[in-house]
Design a protein. Structure first.
Length: 258
C-alpha cells in the first residue's frame, strides 16, 4: 500500500500532471492540499475515470483538501470537530475493510504568514485544536496516517539555511513544539524512520531559482501510528514533479507500506 500527500497549489492548473502521475505511480491513497476549487468545480469524474474514489471540500481561490483512494472511503469527517473555521483545511476518511482499516487524515495547516501577524496565533490555535481532536482519533483508530502540508519544518535538518530561517514562521519554536505534540500522540515521522540524504526537501520557492539551487524546506509530512510505522518500508519524495512545466512549488511525498 502506497499513501501519498501533495500540495498541488491549484488542482485546476495541475490536474493533467496529477492524472499522469496517478497513472504512472499508481498510489493507493493520495491526500491533496490547496485544491483552490469550490466543490461544484471539483473534477470528480476525471478522478473516478482514473480509478479513484474521492472525497473533497474546497473553496474559491484558497485552501481546499481532498482524499483519493483506490478503495471506497467511509466515515468522512470535514473540518476539525468543535473548532469553528471557515477555511477548508481538513478532511478525514477510513479506507480498507474492518480488519485492515486505515484512518486517513488530510490536513493543510495554516501558513501563519509572519510571527507578528494575526495569522500566527490562529495557526497555533488551529494546531492545538488538531492535536485535541487527534488525541481521540488515535485512540479510536490503531492504524492512522496524518498526511499533508504542515507548513512546519520540524528541525534544522529540514531547512536549507537554518540561520536565515531561525525565528521565522515555519521554523519557530512554538510551531516545532506543536509538531512534536502531534508526534507525542504516538505518531512517527515516516521520513525519519530511515537514513536520509542531507538537504532533502519537499517545497522550494518559485523565486530566485529556489528549486534549481535546492533552497527548500521539508514541510510536507506523513505521520504514522505505530502499527503503520512498523509496516513502512520507505518514503519517496517525487522531485521530478517539481521539474515539470508550471509545477506546484511542492513535490509529492509517498510512504510505502507492506
Amino acid at each position: 500500500m502506497n499513501i501519498a500527500t501533495w500540495n498541488v497549489n491549484s488542482l485546476k492548473v495541475r490536474l493533467p500532471q496529477l492524472l499522469d502521475w496517478l497513472n504512472s505511480a499508481q498510489p493507493d491513497v493520495v491526500c491533496l492540499q490547496e485544491t483552490k476549487l469550490e466543490d461544484h468545480a471539483f473534477p470528480q469524474q476525471e478522478l473516478i475515470d482514473a480509478g479513484y474514489h474521492v472525497v473533497f471540500c474546497g473553496q474559491k481561490t484558497y485552501n481546499g483538501v481532498a482524499i483519493l483512494s483506490r478503495t471506497p472511503l467511509r466515515d468522512v469527517q470535514y473540518g476539525i470537530p468543535n473548532f469553528e473555521d471557515e477555511q477548508r483545511r481538513v478532511i478525514a476518511a477510513t479506507v480498507g475493510d474492518e480488519s485492515h482499516a486505515v484512518r486517513i487524515v488530510c490536513v493543510y495547516i495554516p501558513n501563519g504568514q509572519a510571527v507578528d501577524s494575526d495569522k500566527y496565533p490562529y495557526k497555533l490555535r488551529w494546531l492545538a485544536a488538531l492535536k485535541a481532536w487527534l488525541s481521540t482519533e488515535t485512540q479510536q483508530h490503531a492504524k492512522l496516517a496524518l498526511l499533508g502540508d504542515y507548513n512546519i519544518a520540524p528541525d534544522d535538518r529540514d531547512v536549507h539555511d537554518p540561520i536565515a530561517w531561525a525565528g521565522q514562521v515555519l521554523c519557530t519554536d512554538a510551531e516545532r513544539d506543536a509538531f512534536r505534540a502531534l508526534v507525542a500522540l504516538g505518531l512517527h515521522d515516516a521520513f525519519r524512520l530511515f537514513e536520509q540524504p542531507e538537504k532533502t526537501f519537499t517545497w522550494w520557492d518559485y523565486r530566485m531559482l529556489g528549486f534549481q539551487k535546492n533552497r527548500g524546506l521539508r514541510i510536507d509530512h506523513i505521520l504514522l501510528s505505530a502499527p503503520l510505522a512498523e509496516q513502512c518500508t520507505g518514503v519517496t519524495i517525487e522531485r521530478a514533479m517539481r521539474k515539470l512545466e508550471r509545477p506546484s512549488d511542492h513535490a509529492p511525498v509517498v510512504a510505502h507500506l507492506r
